[in-house]
Design a protein around this ligand. Structure first.
Ligand SMILES: C[S@@+](CC[C@H](N)C(=O)[O-])C[C@H]1O[C@@H](n2cnc3c(N)ncnc32)[C@H](O)[C@@H]1O
Ligand SMILES: Nc1nc2[nH]cc(C(=O)O)c2c(=O)[nH]1
Ligand code: SF4
Ligand SMILES: [Mg+2]
Length: 261
């Protein structure tokens, strides 16, 4: 069962419409590609993207899994069959926020039993009761909050809820202690660094496992090559200055903002 963070009612309603009986997930897309981000960048992986999220980052590059969720419900057996149809032994469960769905833990257990390497791309607000090889934790900074001036869909109605939910130190520390992990921050500019440094320090106090500087990844904000052109070099400089690891977004560099890539 997810440990924390209530799922937003509107989210539950929108993604629950048409939910079949039994274990199923609202799937936005399911595809094979190269892992574009993080410690495993370049590894051929099957991506399972669920719909629905408990946050609303203004920059979300999966708009149709958060701001306006679209999906088709798939039963667990159907999902597993589709994954097995690909020639890849790494599976990335992502979203939206995949851990708002209880069935995600069932899928993770099934994948572990089948010997897959599992990565969960998560905002770090929910702890799954399931095996995960790499918790790819992307804590959301204040610069992600959809204030009225940058809300893509309204006038900042989500800003307070997002702000109140985005950081759960207990959940983050538990994820770090239980799983292989990376802390992958979306960096919009130099002003993010104080919050990153402060959160990493708090996590080093809260978690039992060590957090090394190369477990902390800085990723440039940008959904397209053009947007990354404006952030890539600054974030690389920040990584050098702070001794953190830089991660590219190679799927964007290779295929721009193409779906299913
Ligand atoms: C769409 S999110 C889904 C997983 C989870 N909800 C999360 O935010 O970590 C997938 C990954 O893309 C990152 N991301 C989303 N929008 C981005 C953007 N505009 N620029 C860079 N990274 C972005 C997230 O931080 C996360 O690492
Ligand atoms: N190729 C590729 N790599 C990714 N790594 C994390 C992704 C995500 O959306 O979670 C992602 C994605 O959407 N595509
Ligand atoms: S937490 Fe992830 S899926 Fe949710 S809005 Fe932010 S980037 Fe998008
Ligand atoms: Mg993506």
């Amino acid at each position: 069962m997810p440990v924390s963070s209530d799922v937003d009612d509107t989210d539950a309603d929108t993604t629950r419409v048409g939910q079949p009986d039994g274990d199923a997930l609202p799937i936005n897309e399911l595809f094979v590609s190269l892992q574009g981000e993080g410690k495993l960048a370049g590894v051929p992986s099957v991506f399972v993207r669920t719909s629905g999220c408990n946050l609303r980052c203004w920059f979300c590059d999966s708009y149709h899994t958060s701001w306006e969720p679209t999906h088709a419900w798939m039963g667990l057996d159907e999902i597993l069959a589709e994954i097995e149809s690909f020639d890849a032994d790494h599976v990335v469960l992502t979203g939206g926020e995949p851990l708002i769905h209880d069935t995600s833990t069932v899928l993770l257990r099934e994948l572990a039993d089948r010997g897959y390497h599992t990565t969960v791309e998560t905002n770090g607000t929910i702890v799954p009761d399931a095996p995960v090889d790499l918790a790819s934790i992307s804590p959301k900074l204040e610069s992600s909050t959809p204030t009225p001036d940058r809300d893509p869909k309204g006038d900042g109605e989500w800003a307070e809820k997002h702000e109140n939910r985005r950081i759960d130190l207990d959940a983050l520390a538990t994820l770090v202690d239980r799983h292989g992990f990376q802390l992958k921050f979306v960096v919009t500019g130099r002003e993010d660094m104080a919050e990153i440094e402060s959160l990493v320090a708090d996590l080093r106090d809260a978690a039992n496992m060590p957090i090394y500087d190369d477990d902390v990844l800085l990723m440039p904000e940008g959904q397209t090559r053009e947007q990354l052109d404006d952030t890539r070099e600054l974030v690389a400089d920040l990584a050098l200055e702070h001794g953190y690891r830089y991660t590219p977004r190679i799927h964007v560099d290779l295929w721009n903002d193409a779906p299913e890539k």
